[in-house]
Design a protein around this ligand. Structure first.
Ligand code: IMP
Ligand code: MG
Length: 174
């Protein structure tokens, strides 16, 4: 059976919000190069849309991580599956996330990135589910805070599907 998707945030709302947050990033990083670090695969859609709307210089790099643990709960211990191409030393790094849930994965990842001595390290996320937080994470830019519902679209998947939806939706029948 096909799942029904209920739209939570429309394509227009997402794009308007990304435009606004990109303007803030452009102002905050004036005179510097923003080095966007995107974690595959979920954050890639957001990272590209963000990059297009930042007015100053931007570089991008990608990494892929898996979290040890069972399917329902990330342990937060992260294994790097594909590492970044370039060192972070001296760079103004902006880590791009699709969604912050428990914060376990991110907490660990921020420690790994900090250890690589960037000039600065900030965090931007498309979505945040603050009610679900187990590990504290300092988020510098949030596009949308959402309730504790499982969402898909704009890079977010359910069993690898729905990443290509241009809006954020909730899967009604799984
Ligand atoms: P955590 O913050 O360590 O619990 O894990 C966050 C990761 O769980 C995200 O990067 C997503 O891959 C996944 N995730 C959490 N909530 C959702 C959701 O609502 N939809 C799709 N993936 C989610
Ligand atoms: Mg996922």
């Amino acid at each position: 059976m096909e799942n029904d998707i209920r739209i939570l945030i429309t394509e227009e709302e997402v794009e308007e919000k990304i435009r606004q947050v990109a303007a803030r990033v452009s102002a905050d990083y004036r005179g510097r190069t923003v080095h966007l670090v995107s974690v595959l695969k979920g954050s890639v859609f957001f990272a590209c849309e963000l990059a297009k709307r930042i007015t100053g210089p931007v570089t991008m790099d990608f990494m892929s991580v898996t979290s040890y643990g069972d399917d329902t709960k990330s342990s937060g211990v992260v294994r790097i599956v594909k590492d970044l191409d370039d060192p972070l030393e001296g760079k103004d790094v902006l880590l791009v996330e699709d969604i912050i849930d428990s914060g376990r994965t991110l907490h660990y990842l921020m420690d790994i990135l900090k250890g690589r001595k960037p000039e600065s390290l900030k965090l931007i996320t498309l979505l945040d589910k603050p009610d679900r937080r187990v590990k504290p994470v300092r988020v510098d830019y949030t596009c949308f805070e959402i309730p504790d519902e499982f969402v898909v679209g704009y890079g977010l998947d359910h069993a690898q599907r729905y990443r290509n939806l241009p809006f954020i939706g909730v899967v009604e029948h799984v």
